[in-house]
Ligand binder design. Structure first.
Ligand code: NDP
Ligand code: 2IT
Length: 447
């Protein structure tokens, strides 16, 4: 699909001109603008008020040096980022990614998508994202701590419980959040909900660890129910073996699916008997090892080096690793293998060619903004609990998460329907997330 509306084409040309060498950001913007064609046609006030021009331009972005000392006593330097994309509906909210591939383009694509995702949750959160090209792999706990302390020392100038509330993403989990929280508290001498994904002993929410993966499966459950079916007896192919993948595997299995693959950046494992998650958790959460160790430990399973799992026959695919990990060719493999349902646990894992292939071949496709919103939604619930100075039970948080995911699915279906694109969840998620932000921006004037 190409842009045909002259207003949207003009905005996109400016995005290309202003953001050269940022392919991921350009990709994310194009995909969203394509969905807006029927909306800008129906709502001329959007063009008059420059809403689209404003929504593609971050309110602010900071980039900073992060110096730290390694275990050999040598000074290392990384680059830190935070994009504060849109605050029309709440304080900036979004994760921090520590991975060598992090650059301005990656942070901006993630921050842009976050705006619509956060809006879909129905909680009052604007969009932001940050991170660093620091690679936690192979670093000692002491090195990770020194890096996190340096990173947050600079970032602390720009965040706060009412301003901008970061959380985890790739390479940032409980350990990193703990180190950053400790240093922030020390700098400010205050105990506030400035980060989410905190440990349970210092203000974290039950079910936040599980939330993105569980939420993904709750969303898929709605997709399946919409087509008159369920997880029961279905084969699930999953990529990644981090936070999102592990808890997606757990919930998909609980709901009656059989998960047969997981992966990391080196290769994938296949277990025809269904993944044994205790083994995966021990490898990944306890030992911080590689997924290939699974095949060494579980008889009947196998490991394929250097490949992704999309050639494995399945009914449902859940990409949960990283952006552009599922190409047009991979989509064709999935379709040929009988896959009928795809929902994105990672952010933008499917390339535009893959998304087009799914939509053209009657694969019901749930895009990231909607399908993986359970993580940030539960971060929103952590913020609520911090403000109330209360903590809810696991069951209470999980119930709210389920309610939010059901509601997001409904919003997507209704928004797609309203603009004549029945059951197109890409259109539905983009439009459903956009309209609340646009209305808030219109109400708040030219800011
Ligand atoms: P983790 O760091 O826990 O796990 C990341 C997983 O993805 C690992 O298995 C990792 O393998 C793999 N991976 C990362 N980069 C690459 C790459 N370039 N190529 C192949 N595999 C890669 O991160 P999360 O599970 O938290 O995040 C996974 C995805 O989900 C990301 O897209 C993230 O933005 C998204 N997400 C996360 C949320 C959260 O709450 N955590 C919320 C919503 C979305 P390896 O160990 O080899 O690097
Ligand atoms: O991409 C995402 O939504 C996240 N990494 C979670 C963000 C958050 O603030 O919990």
């Amino acid at each position: 699909m190409a842009l045909t509306n002259p207003y949207l084409k003009g905005v996109y040309d400016t995005v290309l001109r202003r953001n050269p060498n940022e392919p991921e950001f350009q990709q994310a913007v194009l995909e969203v603008l394509e969905s807006f064609e029927p909306v800008v046609a129906a709502r001329p006030e959007l063009e008059k008020n420059g809403i689209i021009e404003r929504i593609v331009e971050p309110e602010r972005m900071v980039m900073f040096r992060v110096p730290w000392v390694d275990d050999q006593g040598k000074v290392q330097v990384n680059r830190g980022f935070r994009v504060q994309f849109n605050s029309a509906i709440g304080p900036y909210k979004g994760g921090l990614r520590f991975h060598p591939s992090v650059n301005a383009s990656v942070i901006k694509f993630l921050g842009f998508e976050q705006c619509f995702k956060n809006s879909l949750t129905s909680l009052p959160m604007g969009g932001g994202k940050g991170g660093s090209d620091f690679d936690p792999k192979g670093k000692s706990d002491a090195e990770v701590m020194r890096f996190c302390q340096s990173f947050i020392t600079e970032l602390s100038r720009h965040i706060g419980q009412f301003t901008d509330v970061p959380a985890g993403d790739i390479g940032v989990g409980g350990r990193e959040i703990g180190f950053m929280y400790g240093q922030y508290k020390r700098l400010r001498n205050e105990f506030t909900g400035v980060l989410t994904g905190k440990g349970l002993s210092y203000g974290g929410s039950l079910a936040r660890t599980e939330a993105t993966g569980y939420g993904l499966c709750y969303y898929m459950k709605e997709m399946l129910a919409h087509k008159g079916t369920s997880f029961e007896g279905k084969t699930v192919v999953l990529s990644g073996s981090g936070n999102v993948a592990i808890y997606a595997c757990q919930k998909a299995t609980e709901l009656g699916g059989k998960v047969v693959t997981m992966s990391d950046s080196n290769g994938f494992i296949y277990d025809p008997n269904g993944i044994n998650l205790d083994v995966v958790k021990d490898i990944k959460e306890v030992k911080r090892g590689r997924i290939k160790e699974y095949a060494e430990r579980v008889p009947g399973s196998s490991y394929t080096e250097g490949q992704r799992p999309w050639s494995v026959k399945c009914d449902i695919a859940l990409p949960c690793a990283t952006q552009n990990e599922l190409t047009g060719e991979d989509a064709k493999l999935l379709i040929a293998g009988g896959c009928k349902f795809v929902a994105e646990g990672a952010n933008m894992p499917s390339t535009p060619e893959a998304v087009a292939a799914f939509l053209e071949n009657d694969v019901f496709f749930g895009p990231a903004k909607a399908a993986n919103a359970g993580g940030v939604a539960t971060s929103g619930l952590e913020m609520s609990q911090n403000s109330l100075r209360l903590s809810w039970t696991f069951e209470e948080v999980d119930q709210r998460l389920q309610g939010i995911m059901v509601n997001i699915f409904k919003t997507c279906i209704e928004a797609a329907d309203k603009y004549g694109h029945k059951d197109n969840l890409v259109m539905g998620a983009n439009i459903g997330g956009f309209e609340k932000i646009a209305d808030a921006m219109l109400a708040q004037g030219v800011v």
